[in-house]
Design a protein around this ligand. Structure first.
Ligand code: PAF
Length: 290
């Protein structure tokens, strides 16, 4: 694996790749890699000639300084994992490389969705995400780029962004990888202590059981639409009973336009999204109502 730390060396390597007409798969990450990331890299390796992974903890997408400072970092371990699965290129730029001349954020107000849920709770988060993804795409010009479904709102916005700028990069969504008890793998899980780790399974249990309730109602009533407002209210009330969890949001969205749903119509697709604090660690998860 080639490890590149600056833009110039990456550009030089890309010239050779393009000369050879090789397809490029790109997996942007913030490191502290886990099986979820590895599944993206493995998929990219299957579908492209060259796979590039970037590790960069992008400061502009953190609205909370403490969260940025405490974000897990484990570069030696990351490099060992990438070696083991034969990733071709690792790009690990510094802040000076990515934000030269202290340049600020781009004007990326692409949708109202940027200010909902994650965007509302973490103001500026998606501007930071899109800024860095745009910079990396501009540099690498990948044929395909791979993102995990756990950050559902992020993917939704990146897909929209790519469409708006008419980028030729195809965004590939990969399923969330979960531990045996359902907890979605996340770099932030590394910060959970044993008790918090056990408590964290409530996130997946909550969305999974909410989905089951909806599907059971559907079976019983053979209705084409179900009002979910009371069901949702009951579910939120239940989560509030857990003293060790502070719920940030619990929402059902129509995946087509990201609008909040109060009813489910059965020929449309919806997702249940949840965010909650376990102690000071904030986790998110989501599930499709299929
Ligand atoms: O999902 C992430 O890890 C980050 O938001 C990303 C896409 C690498 C941008 O910094």
């Amino acid at each position: 694996m080639k490890t590149l730390k600056n833009i110039d060396s990456l550009k030089q390597t890309l010239i050779d790749i393009r000369k050879n007409n090789q397809s490029i798969g790109f997996v942007p990450t913030m490191g502290a890699l886990h099986q979820g990331h590895l599944s993206l890299i493995n998929k990219s390796k299957k579908e492209n000639d060259i796979t590039i992974c970037s590790i960069y903890v992008n400061p502009t997408q953190f609205n909370n300084k403490q969260d940025l400072i405490k974000y897990p970092r484990n570069i030696e371990n990351d490099i060992a994992m990438l070696h083991e699965i034969h990733c071709d290129i690792l790009f690990v730029p510094s802040n000076e490389e990515m934000y030269a001349r202290n340049e600020q954020l781009g004007d990326y107000n692409i949708s109202e969705v940027m200010n909902l849920l994650e965007g509302e709770k973490r103001p500026g988060h998606f501007t930071g995400v899109i800024t860095i993804v745009h910079k990396l795409f501009h540099l690498i010009k990948p044929h395909r780029s791979y993102f995990g479904e756990k950050d559902y709102q992020q993917i939704w916005l990146i897909k929209l962004f790519v469409k708006k700028i008419k980028s030729s990069t195809k965004i590939i969504t990969c399923p969330t990888i979960r531990d045996d008890d359902g907890l979605a793998l996340s770099s932030r899980n590394a910060r959970l202590n044993l008790t918090q780790r056990k408590a964290a399974t409530i996130l997946f249990q909550t969305i999974d059981s909410f989905k089951d309730q909806i599907l059971k109602i559907k079976k019983r009533h053979h209705n084409n639409r179900i009002d979910i407002s009371i069901l949702k209210y009951e579910q939120i009330k239940m989560i509030h009973q857990y003293s060790f969890i502070k719920l940030d949001y619990f929402e059902v969205i129509d995946v087509e336009n990201f609008s909040f749903a109060t009813e489910i119509v059965f020929n449309k697709n919806y997702r249940i999204l949840i965010a909650a604090f376990i102690g000071e660690i904030r986790l998110i998860d989501n599930i499709l109502i299929d």
